[in-house]
Design a protein around this ligand. Structure first.
Ligand code: R5P
Length: 316
């Protein structure tokens, strides 16, 4: 009889097959089989193809566009694994959608990031591995352990290899200052902040730049670029103040709606992002965008989580 208790199984939803394949390659293992089908009215049906009884299961799924389908697919997979008696189920969510709705910013609005946390826990997730959460405190929305990984090691290596002097890291809004400051410190670069106002979701306006960007090589650092309104507004404000070149980096290339048109029309030179989300068709044609893979980082976090080694020490 082969002892199978606690052996590691890797599953993936359909949100980011390339990333899942790369993570599996890093772990030198195959993805386990699961079939995702549709009922004729669009409901999702899941069938797990392998015995997972007493196994330590990891399910890789970014809740990116189509956000609701990918989220439900993840929830149903976790539920199926729970009912199939998996010992532990870790939802590996490189991009955690709905994270921006993390507090009541107006009367009678939901806290969607909390609801998603509750849904995952109710479905049966016993741990979560995610990356660059929009707000770190979302970890507290879960009553199960959450490892919030950072794309920083991958992005910083790239920046160090491609930029050296006169560098200023810019946060495109007040909320991102802590992240930008951490980058500036590691790169020994200056720090500046754009004062952004929002009149409505996805409508950003840059009001002022705090800090010196004149004649500098600027890298705007953000957790995500969605419609690129925040980014291109910040670029314009920085260019007006005399920056020599403007680039950007982010973990999550959401790039929805007018994003790619805005980026193409903007004086920004380049954007480096990661593959937490696959580039959509239009973004894949944009030669200003470069994608770096975080697969090894996530793979390493999975293996450490499995063996009980420190995950935090990946980032010190
Ligand atoms: C906002 O707080 C986030 O960090 C991003 O700056 C924002 O979500 C980007 O959205 P958009 O690209 O639509 O302006």
């Amino acid at each position: 009889m082969t002892p199978k208790n606690g052996s590691l199984c890797l599953f993936a939803g359909n949100s980011n097959p390339d990333l899942a394949r790369k993570i599996a390659e890093y772990l030198n293992m195959s993805l386990c089989g699961a079939v995702v089908k549709r009922f004729s009215d669009g409901e999702i049906q899941i069938e797990i193809d392998e015995n997972v009884r007493t196994k330590d299961v990891f399910v890789i799924q970014s809740t990116c566009d189509p956000v609701n389908d990918n989220l439900v697919e993840l929830l149903l997979m976790v539920d199926a694994l729970k009912r199939a008696s998996a010992r532990r189920i870790t939802a590996v969510i490189p991009y955690y959608g709905y994270a921006r709705q993390d507090k009541k910013v107006a009367p009678r609005v939901p806290i969607s990031a909390k609801l998603v946390a509750d849904l995952l826990t109710t479905a049966g997730a016993t741990r979560v591995i995610t990356m660059d959460l929009h707000a770190g405190q979302i970890q507290g929305f879960f009553n199960i352990p959450v490892d919030n990984l950072y794309a920083a090691p991958v992005l910083l290596d790239y920046i160090k290899a491609n930029f050296n002097k006169d560098l200023v890291i810019v946060s495109p809004d007040a909320g991102g200052v802590e992240r930008a400051r951490a980058f500036a410190k590691r790169l020994n670069a200056g720090l500046a902040i754009v004062d952004k106002r929002r009149s409505a979701p996805n409508k950003a306006q840059a009001m002022a730049v705090i800090g010196d960007v004149k004649d500098k090589i600027v890298i705007i650092q953000d957790d995500m670029i969605d419609t690129a309104g925040t980014l291109t507004e910040a670029v314009n404000a920085i260019v007006e103040r005399g920056a020599r070149e403007v680039h950007a980096c982010c973990a999550h290339p959401v790039l929805s709606g007018p994003a790619v048109d805005r980026i193409n029309a903007s004086p920004i030179t380049s954007i480096v992002c990661t593959d937490t989300i696959p580039l959509n068709e239009k973004a894949a044609t944009c030669n200003k965008i470069k994608v770096l893979s975080i697969s090894n980082l996530v793979g390493e976090a999975i293996i450490r989580s499995y063996t009980g080694d420190s995950v935090t020490s990946l980032f010190v």
